[in-house]
Structure formats: structure tokens, C-alpha cells
Design a protein around this ligand. Structure first.
Ligand code: ZN
Length: 289
């Protein structure tokens, strides 16, 4: 029996799908999944690319791959919450000569799942497709494993920035997020980097850093003194938003209109010294908590 995971994430077999339902509940959001179950045709596409390029590794669809059996998923987010994934029975399995070569590929092993006995309800839609029924309360496991935030690690080239002495942001490849006091910036700071490792920059430096990290330049603004970031999925431009290249791509596929943001006036004003006071005032100031 295969089960739709919801959120456009594709499908898995019954037992791994139950595990994803429990993980979603723990994370309080849908685990990001690039690809889960594959049909023969989908596996064959991967196989053809592997034959042509030698990368990424893919099995012949007649093998078949664990993706075709509905017991594997590829995920970026899962790589940042490996302890959570492992507690729920997921393991990374693609090694070559002892080296993990496909960090994004996870497979499900029910006997390793500490939460396998916790029930998850499935329902069937009018087309007969099984899906995770989220009308029930989250399972008791929610919160049982120490929380690991969905935050890239230092190895992933993450920067924690204080822009013009007051706006806390994080920047990593393809991800730009604004931290508000409600996000507990002190905790975030201590997790991702040493305490004194926040970097103070000015508005005028931001476009170059964004470009370097593969982010669009026109995804931020200052409105009414507030630092705002575009969320490409809903088109909102607000404090506390996160922009990601993946979501921008999704929005482009879905033809979602994006508001026009031009940070040039702020950058030019910063260059002209209009924001200098804020920069000078932060020499010894830490981020607010
Ligand atoms: Zn995979």
C-alpha cells in the first residue's frame, strides 16, 4: 500500500509514510523532501542520467531501487536533523569505499524506528489514494527527541549577520532569513557559531554577500524601519521571513507573482552615509534577545 505524504512530496510505502507523519509532527512542519517513491519510468530517467554523466548514482530500474519500493527519500533538510531521522529509523546508505557519497539519500528500517509502535492514521480520498490523516492530534513522540533546528551548520558556509547594527539575518547557500527576537537569536547564535562570531555588515555589503551565496539580490528591503524579506511561496514581504532558492524555483514553476523589491535606494543611502550612525553605535553591542 502506498501513501501520499502530502505537501506535494510524493509517496512512500505504508511504514515509512507513517514515520514521515511522526517526523512532520515533531518538526511542526512538513519535512522537506526532494524526492520519495519513484515509478519505474522515474527511476529509468535517473538511470539514463547516471549512464550519461556517471553522477548521481542511480540503479537500473529493473534492480529495482529502494526509491521504487517506497522506502527511500532524498532530502536536504534531513541532512541537518540526522539524529531525529535516525531515531525514527532512517539511515543514510550510499557509501563508496567507506565514504558517504550521497548525504541526501535516506532509507527506512522499521526495526531501528524507536517510534514504530505509535499509531498514525491514514484515510482514503475519493480517488482511492491513501493519505496521512492530519485531523488527529500529533503523536506523543512530538518533542520527545531533543529539538534540532532546521539551521545549516557552519560547514555549509552559513553566515550570521547583523546588518547596520540592528537587523539579525542568516545567510547560507540559497537561503536568506531574517531572525526576529521571537526566534531567540541568542540560542540560534550559540548553536551555529561562537558567540563573538556574528558579523557586522552594512546595507551596502549585503548585495555582494547575497550574490556570493546564490541568493537573489532583490529579496529584502527596509520598510518603516523594519528589515523585511520576501517569502517567495506566499509573496509576502515581512519581518521574520525566509527566502530560499528552492522555494523561489517552486514559485516560478507555479507562476506565482512576486512583488518588486528594489533595495538600491537603501544601499545608495548607506553608501552616502545616511545609516552610518547605526553602524558606529554597535561596536560592543550584542544582538538583542
Ligand atoms: Zn535517493
Amino acid at each position: 500500500m502506498i501513501v501520499d505524504l502530502g505537501g506535494g512530496r510524493g509517496w512512500l510505502e505504508e511504514k515509512p509514510a507513517k514515520s514521515i507523519a511522526r517526523i512532520d509532527a515533531r518538526l511542526k512542519h512538513f519535512l522537506q523532501i526532494t524526492e520519495a517513491g519513484r515509478t519505474w519510468d522515474e527511476q529509468n530517467k535517473h538511470w539514463v542520467i547516471y549512464q550519461r554523466d556517471g553522477y548521481p548514482i542511480a540503479l537500473n530500474p529493473n534492480t529495482p531501487s529502494v526509491h521504487q519500493k517506497g522506502f527511500a527519500l532524498d532530502s536536504n533538510e534531513a541532512q541537518r536533523i540526522v539524529p531525529v531521522m535516525e531515531a525514527h529509523g532512517w539511515r543514510r546508505t550510499v557509501y563508496r569505499n567507506g565514504v558517504l557519497v550521497e548525504a541526501w539519500h535516506f532509507e527506512y528500517f522499521e526495526n531501528l524506528d524507536n517510534y514504530r509502535s505509535e499509531p498514525v492514521k491514514f484515510s482514503q480520498n475519493a480517488d482511492g489514494v491513501w493519505y496521512i490523516d492530519r485531523s488527529q492530534p500529533a503523536p506523543a513522540s512530538a518533542g520527545a527527541v531533543p529539538f534540532v533546528p532546521d539551521t545549516p551548520t557552519e560547514e555549509e558556509d552559513m553566515l550570521t549577520l547583523i546588518v547596520n547594527g540592528e537587523h539579525l539575518v542568516t545567510l547560507s547557500p540559497g537561503v536568506f532569513g531574517h531572525i526576529t527576537p521571537g526566534d531567540n537569536p541568542t540560542a540560534l547564535r550559540n548553536i551555529v557559531r561562537a558567540e563573538d562570531d556574528w558579523q557586522y555588515i552594512g546595507f551596502e555589503q549585503l548585495p555582494g554577500l547575497l550574490r556570493h551565496h546564490g541568493c537573489d539580490l532583490n529579496i529584502w528591503d527596509v520598510r518603516d524601519g523594519k528589515f523585511v524579506v520576501l517569502n517567495p511561496l506566499d509573496g509576502s514581504v515581512r519581518e521574520g521571513n525566509v527566502w530560499t532558492a528552492v522555494n523561489a524555483l517552486r514559485a516560478a514553476f507555479a507562476n506565482k507573482p512576486q512583488p518588486t523589491i528594489d533595495p538600491t535606494p537603501i544601499v545608495e543611502a548607506a553608501r552616502a552615509g545616511a545609516y552610518q550612525g547605526a553602524v558606529d553605535g554597535v561596536a560592543n553591542a550584542g544582538p538583542q534577545t
